[in-house]
Design a protein around this ligand. Structure first.
Ligand SMILES: Cc1cc2nc3c(=O)[nH]c(=O)nc-3n(C[C@H](O)[C@H](O)[C@H](O)COP(=O)(O)OP(=O)(O)OC[C@H]3O[C@@H](n4cnc5c(N)ncnc54)[C@H](O)[C@@H]3O)c2cc1C
Length: 257
């Protein structure tokens, strides 16, 4: 049977894992606007670098919003499957005290990315770096632009894995949403999630406390209550006790507007 041709646009974690899972069954071509894949993944690696979370079932699903939209995906391929997938590439993991899952001590983010890259090379994934998705042609085929010009992609299926809008310096600009709007698709605007919150601290408070850690705290917003830690920053609060309550805070702020 003839193998289907799949075009994946976007070389972040989502595009890379999709390429790996599809490559045994299809011809996979991955298009990425940057000179390399996984650049935001490497930025993430500069901090705590948790690869996933040990939570399962309802506990895991409730941290994603809007409610329900990822339930099926998380049931099919959750943290257990992700850890097994990494283990196949020789990347061991362990669960930290916060429940977050990290690579075995000593394994660096670049090594995790390289292991994924090596596996995709072995599986015959075709990489097209410095190829930017710039819109659709009149037959709604995606157009990619490279140093040699513009081409409409020919593929049996196209998977868009273009990331959010939170880290433009590594390619996650969110500009792609305008290309979908231009062909008449409804776009749900980007909204903040899993981020710090701004608090207008008095200047003397910032001078005295910015950079300090708050350990073993419980943060509650609406129906969500989280045990963890936070750091006081110049702009507000960051940390694993803050991020999960952001959707509740965000929605409350929107309602007040
Ligand atoms: C500072 C920081 C720390 C983080 N820490 C963690 C952590 O510890 N653990 C964790 O799980 N997550 C962490 N994250 C979040 C994590 O980085 C993202 O959830 C993840 O990168 C999302 O993967 P993605 O593939 O959906 O999108 P992205 O990683 O954004 O990848 C999208 C890709 O698409 C490409 N692209 C975009 N537009 C186009 C276009 N028009 N044409 C072609 N290609 C295009 C981009 O260049 C990019 O490579 C962190 C993020 C940041 C910013």
């Amino acid at each position: 049977m003839e193998r289907k041709r799949i075009a994946i646009i976007g070389g972040g974690p989502a595009g890379l894992i999709a390429a790996d899972l599809l490559a045994p069954h299809c011809d996979v071509h991955l298009y990425e606007l940057g000179k390399s894949v996984g650049r935001k993944f490497l930025v993430a690696g500069q901090g705590g670098f948790n690869l996933t979370n040990s939570a399962e079932g309802a506990e895991l699903k409730q941290v994603y919003s809007p409610a329900g939209f990822l339930d099926e995906a998380l049931s099919t391929f959750g943290p257990t499957q992700l850890r097994a997938w990494l283990q196949e590439m020789g990347i061991g993991t362990y669960v930290g005290t916060s429940g977050r899952v990290f690579p075995t001590r000593g394994i660096k983010p670049i090594e995790v990315l390289q292991a994924i890259r090596d596996r995709l090379d072995v599986r015959g994934v075709h990489f097209h770096l410095e190829h930017a998705f710039v819109g659709f042609d009149e037959q709604t085929r995606p157009i990619v632009e490279s140093s040699t010009g513009r081409t409409s992609l020919e593929a049996d299926f196209i998977l868009f894995a273009l990331g959010g809008a939170s880290w433009p310096v590594t390619g996650s600009t969110g500009e792609w949403s305008s290309h979908f709007a231009a062909i008449g698709l409804d776009i749900v605007p980007f909204r903040p999630s899993n981020c710090g919150i701004n608090v207008t601290w008095p200047p003397h408070f910032v001078a005295a406390h910015a950079g300090k850690a708050l350990k073993n705290i419980r943060v509650t917003a609406g129906d969500r209550s989280v045990l963890g830690e936070a750091t006081i920053t110049e702009h507000g609060l960051e940390g694993n006790a803050i991020y999960p309550v952001v959707p509740v805070v965000r929605d409350a702020l929107v309602q007040r507007q």
